[in-house]
Design a protein around this ligand. Structure first.
Ligand SMILES: [Zn+2]
Ligand SMILES: [Zn+2]
Length: 437
């Protein structure tokens, strides 16, 4: 038996009998660098070739896989109950607009504060989940609206302890400016909240809790990840605070409460999978509560409480979520109802980039005549239009068949890669990319 991450799918086994892909909905199965393979598709091809069994496991299947089961292309087997017959956790949603209206300006709802106190009283543990790192999301000037951004990337800098501002994309570091760089006002403030701030509040303001914080900043270094989890499992802290990595698969027998702060923060990422990712992450996070004989409670804090991806988490209703999401994707002609071929262009000089974009769109437009149903978008700025000093634009192509996209995009690379290299323009193509940004 070979156990491994994504690349284990290439393990040279002479008599392959089965491939099991656990948590098949995970985006990490799709490689983000060349070769941009999808381990789930490689597994499918290998199993077809050798007549082996392919098994996908997930409590929140990707839309692509669930649709194939609905169409009868693969067999679906439902687990009707949780391990050892444990009950589903009880999920409550708090509308943070109501909290604000009641005069609660804290990041913790009254309900979540009460539940945390209860957990401490009974000697149990809690996990608080926040989809953000650092002390605050960003630094904003209250007078002119200036937002402190990374000089090499078009993203805002995140405030970390010790007054440092950090870019989470290129690791650029700078001190917090004393005045607004634009209007010189001193009214420049930290907005939002990250894991560090949350840890501070829990320890100092709302109740002397002992906290273990787990995010990319605390888990770097060998074994960093395991040590933190071991400390929490051994009962050395009341609360585990973390980003999405705490949502995944860990089993802590003494955890009876899971709190999810800003549950809807991910809905506005601009990726067509935003709802799917939100539903999956919240369901996985909620699943951390009450796993060893003790019933679990989950408190979800959000502003967009009526959104169907949040409502479906409340009722543990995957099928209901799938129906709504699939209907929306069909209407907008998005995967799994088509395939997407993304062309990402990047260059140091914006003029070169725009010229390259026009060339690529022209080429693809001519191809569209030969491929019935090929849709080619305009060349638009990418959701992150500047990254590590390079400007980025993208073209999205869509077709019902991956084969058509493969042929068209191969022809595009064959024709344009060399002339674009001379212009110092990089071109990357990706079919059904894991991330659209
Ligand atoms: Zn200003
Ligand atoms: Zn940067």
């Amino acid at each position: 038996m070979v156990v491994g991450a994504r690349s284990a799918v290439f393990a040279p086994l002479a008599r392959l009998g089965a491939i099991i892909i656990d948590e098949e909905h995970e985006g990490a199965y799709k490689a983000e660098n060349n070769p941009r393979y999808d381990a789930r598709l490689v597994a499918r091809a290998r199993c077809n070739l050798s007549g082996a069994l392919l098994l996908y496991g997930s409590a929140t299947p990707s839309l692509e896989t669930f649709q194939r089961a609905e169409q009868g292309k693969i067999l679906r087997v439902d687990l009707k109950s949780r391990v050892a017959g444990r009950p589903m956790p009880h999920v409550t949603m708090v509308d943070m607009r109501d909290e604000l209206a009641k005069g609660n300006r804290s990041h913790f709802s009254t309900l979540l504060e009460r539940e945390l106190a209860l957990v401490k009283e009974t000697g149990e543990q809690a996990i608080l989940f926040l989809n953000r790192r650092g002390l605050a999301a960003f630094m904003l000037c209250r007078d002119c609206g200036y937002l402190v951004r990374c000089p090499s990337c078009s993203v805002s800098l995140t405030l970390h302890r010790g007054g440092r501002l950090v870019c989470h994309h290129c690791s650029h570091l700078e001190p917090v400016p004393p005045n607004c760089p634009s209007c010189r006002s001193r009214n420049i403030i930290a907005v939002g909240m990250g894991t560090q701030k949350l840890e501070q509040d829990l320890e100092e303001h709302i109740g002397n809790y002992s906290v273990v914080r787990m995010d990319l900043d605390t888990t770097s270094g060998k074994e960093g990840h395991r040590k933190l989890l071991d400390r929490f499992r051994a009962g050395e802290a009341d609360i585990l605070v973390g980003t999405q990595m705490v949502a995944k698969g860990h089993d802590f027998p003494n955890v009876t409460l899971v709190g999810i702060l800003s549950a809807d923060a991910m809905l506005s990422t601009g990726d067509y999978r935003a709802s799917e990712r939100t539903f999956q992450l919240l369901t996985q996070a909620a699943g951390r509560a009450g796993r060893a004989g003790k019933p679990g409670r989950v408190v979800i804090q959000a502003y967009n409480v009526d959104d169907y991806s949040l409502q479906a988490v409340l009722t543990h209703d995957y099928a209901g979520f799938y129906r709504q999401e699939a209907a929306m994707r069909q209407k907008l002609w998005l995967p799994p109802f088509c395939h997407i071929g993304m062309v990402m262009l990047s260059a140091a000089l914006p003029d070169m980039l725009e010229q390259a974009g026009r060339n690529a769109v022209d080429f693809l437009g001519k191809q569209a005549e030969a491929y019935n149903g090929l849709l080619v978008s305009e060349c638009m700025p990418a959701p992150i239009p500047l990254l590590a000093g390079r400007h980025r634009m993208r073209i999205l192509t869509r077709h019902a068949q991956t084969r058509a996209l493969k042929e068209v995009l191969t022809a595009l690379l064959d024709t344009l890669q060399k002339p674009l290299a001379v212009m110092d323009v990089d071109i990357v193509v990706d079919i059904d990319p894991g991330s659209m940004v």
